[in-house]
Design a protein around this ligand. Structure first.
Ligand code: UGA
Length: 437
């Protein structure tokens, strides 16, 4: 089976490399020449655990190919995966310009039956629109079928998620095309992964509804955490107690500095927009976005509670990526919190194991970048932990206390025990737990 994958972002590249690993011949296409040049040498332009090894292995086995030529990739492929970006427009709706341009290019090229599979997260109705665009503009009489096959890959665990998914969603109208896609995912089917075969609209909405639900779950626990602080409850125990109910489940009940990343904020906004235009508003999701924006500022409030006025203070920030195991800083809480600290007149020193380069592109040299956690905390008035990288879980706190001007720790991921910090003589504020002042 020959497959083309359009777009080599983390979804396209992970999908391409994993499908090649399943034994298929996969050609990945991207318009970015520099990126393709690197990928041909096996260099992955972003940090995603296990991906570079997989790309190298399948390049060597001659199952994975890279090109900037869409026609070359499409010519021999029966199935074409669309994995291009659908970023937010200023009104919150999904920008479908990349999807449109791919559909129009495909219409020019296709001269044989093809199955076009959309993996990009697209508003309900988009797959039908893609088919009508191709049908209206195609140069040949070759038929095309479209399939919606949304991805559920978490950054930082994307290879694992592709190889061991909780479910595979296939939306479509042609039973022939559905059978072809089922065949591609046969290794997962054999491993008893649940498959849901449904119509296009339902498949498209499963993706949005899943992300919106998870974002809501996080936002719910963030509000519970804020309430815990007022009434003397401990959110970590509340989460545990709630999560033991199988109807609720323990995952995504960890409070934090607000959700970020390239998916949740964008997808929740896009679903709100779809609700508005369909006259079926999502009031709950509007509140999720509002509460999440406020949640990011909790870190600043906590620093003020423990340090007073932040003007002239130096704050060490550990964690710039929106979550661990990624260099991605898109919509990272650090991108809101650090500029707020600077606005309040504080100096910021920051460290992250992988995301400094990406963060620098946006915040530039307004921040002092450190090369280790210990260097970051030296001569600072407070330490703020924003991302729960493993590297931050076992810091030498006695050493940190010696290096800091004043031992203050604001832990927005609850990776430390308040009692331990108290014994060490720190002022400590986690999230949704007892504050040690
Ligand atoms: C998310 C979904 O989890 C994937 O299933 C989906 O495929 C992907 O979006 C996508 O649409 O492409 P991702 O954005 O990589 O994946 O990250 P998550 O691990 O879901 O975390 C999102 C945000 O929620 C992070 O900022 C994280 O710190 C935050 N979070 C997560 C919490 O604050 N608390 C939690 O308990 C869990």
């Amino acid at each position: 089976m020959h497959i083309a994958v359009i777009g080599t972002g983390y979804v396209g590249l992970v999908s391409g490399a994993c499908l090649a690993d399943f034994g298929m011949k996969v050609t990945c296409v991207d318009i970015n020449e520099e990126k393709i040049k690197k990928l041909k040498k096996g260099e992955v332009p972003f940090y995603e655990p296990g991906l570079e090894e997989l790309v190298k292995k399948n390049l060597k086995a001659e199952r994975l190919f890279f090109t900037t030529r869409l026609d070359e990739a499409v010519k021999n492929s029966l199935v074409i995966f669309i994995c291009v970006g659908t970023p937010s427009k200023p009104d919150g709706s999904a920008d479908l310009s990349q999807i449109k341009s791919v559909a129009l290019s495909l219409a020019e090229i296709i001269d044989d039956y093809k199955v076009i599979v959309t993996k990009s997260t697209v508003p309900v109705g988009t797959n039908r629109w893609i088919k009508s665009l191709i049908d209206a503009n195609k140069k040949s009489n070759a038929p095309v079928d479209v399939i919606s096959n949304p991805e559920f890959l978490r950054e930082g665990a994307a290879v694992e998620d592709f190889m061991h998914p909780d479910r595979v969603i296939i939306g479509g109208e042609s039973s022939y095309a559905i059978a072809i896609i089922k065949d591609i995912y046969r290794p997962l089917y054999l491993a008893e992964t649940p498959f849901i075969i449904t119509n296009l609209e339902t498949a498209e909405l499963i993706k949005y509804a899943s992300n919106a639900f998870l974002a809501t779950k996080i936002t719910f626990i963030n509000e519970i955490a804020n309430f815990c602080e007022k009434v003397g409850a401990d959110v970590t125990v509340v989460s545990k107690g709630m999560g033991l109910d199988p109807r609720i489940g323990p995952k995504f009940l960890n409070p934090g500095p607000g959700f970020g990343g390239s998916c949740f904020p964008k997808d929740v906004r896009a679903l709100i927009h779809q609700g508005k235009t369909s006259n079926s508003p999502f009031k709950l999701l509007e509140a999720v976005i509002e509460v999440n924006e406020k949640q990011k500022l909790r870190a600043i409030e906590k620093l003020r509670e423990l340090c007073g006025d932040l003007k002239g203070k130096t704050i060490a920030v550990l964690g710039l990526s929106f979550k661990p195991n990624t260099s991605d800083v898109r919509e990272s809480p650090a991108l809101t919190i650090i500029p707020e600290l600077l606005k309040a007149g504080a100096k910021v020193k920051a460290y992250d194991p992988a995301a400094i380069e990406e963060f620098k592109k946006i915040v530039k040299d307004k921040v002092i970048y450190a090369s280790s956690p210990l260097e970051c905390v030296r001569d600072t008035d407070a330490l703020l932990i924003l991302t729960e990288w493993n590297e931050f879980r076992f810091l030498d706190l006695s050493q940190i206390k010696k290096l800091m001007k004043t031992p203050v720790l604001v832990d927005m991921r609850n990776i430390y025990e308040p009692s331990v910090l108290k014994n060490l003589g720190f002022k400590y504020s986690g999230i949704g737990r007892k504050v040690i002042a």
